[in-house]
Ligand binder design. Sequence first.
Ligand SMILES: NC(=O)c1ccc[n+]([C@@H]2O[C@H](COP(=O)([O-])OP(=O)(O)OC[C@H]3O[C@@H](n4cnc5c(N)ncnc54)[C@H](OP(=O)(O)O)[C@@H]3O)[C@@H](O)[C@H]2O)c1
Length: 224
Amino acid sequence: MRPFVFVNLAMSADGKISTVERRQVRISGQADRERVDRLKAEADAILIGIGTVLADNPSLTVKSEALKEDRHRRGLDENPVRVVIDSRARTPFEADILHKGPGRRIIAVTESANHEKVSTLRKWAEVISAGEKEVDLATVLEMLWERGIRRLMVEGGGTLIGALMREHLVDELYTYVGNLVIGGSGAPTPADGPGFTKEEEFVRLTLLEITSLDQGVLIRWKVQ
Ligand SMILES: NC(=O)c1ccc[n+]([C@@H]2O[C@H](COP(=O)([O-])OP(=O)(O)OC[C@H]3O[C@@H](n4cnc5c(N)ncnc54)[C@H](OP(=O)(O)O)[C@@H]3O)[C@@H](O)[C@H]2O)c1
């Protein structure tokens, strides 16, 4: 068994999720940030790749006081469990995700991860191991299910989302399309990695909802 998995991402009008230097960009406005905060507060856990930790150093905490209080009322930690996919245990010891805000953290590594780094990360997070060289994502999702996680939000980046799509591990996708062009053929996109070459491998989506938000558009898709 695995949790319900939904991806939330923001991309420019030309389909980029950051710049060629992998610099974080503000793609959406206040209303969209509040929507993302609500999605976070409703999730049991939030998953990101080590590439995003290294590029953006996000804390992934719930920002709204009202949403934090609501989680407390429901008997939950203030923040959802924060999970990093990190084969080689490269999460910096000072990363915000390990220190900002209360709540559980899980770092998913592989058998080949450096033992010293793993034991240091255990000061702040539960470290789980799945896979030999690359994290086995299906196994991690099963392990999250065993830990009571039923609703999992994926916050990027492109490589992790591409891999989850390839392994058919995504149920829904929220794409916010912002009113800017970032450009650059090497700039990250929503589903990076090797991609698909055969039409029968393409991930097909069903359109659920379109909403105009800030100066852009929010599209909610169901993965077929
Ligand atoms: N606009 C948005 O919504 C948004 C959201 C998030 C991020 N971003 C942007 O996305 C960029 C970062 O994305 P990214 O693609 O470089 O990194 P990423 O997707 O966050 O992380 C990818 C890394 O995860 C690790 N990994 C371990 N097992 C894996 C598996 N089975 N499949 C895939 N990856 C696995 C790999 O590193 P190891 O092998 O070392 O573990 C891989 O390089 C940044 O520029 C950030 O600003 C944008």
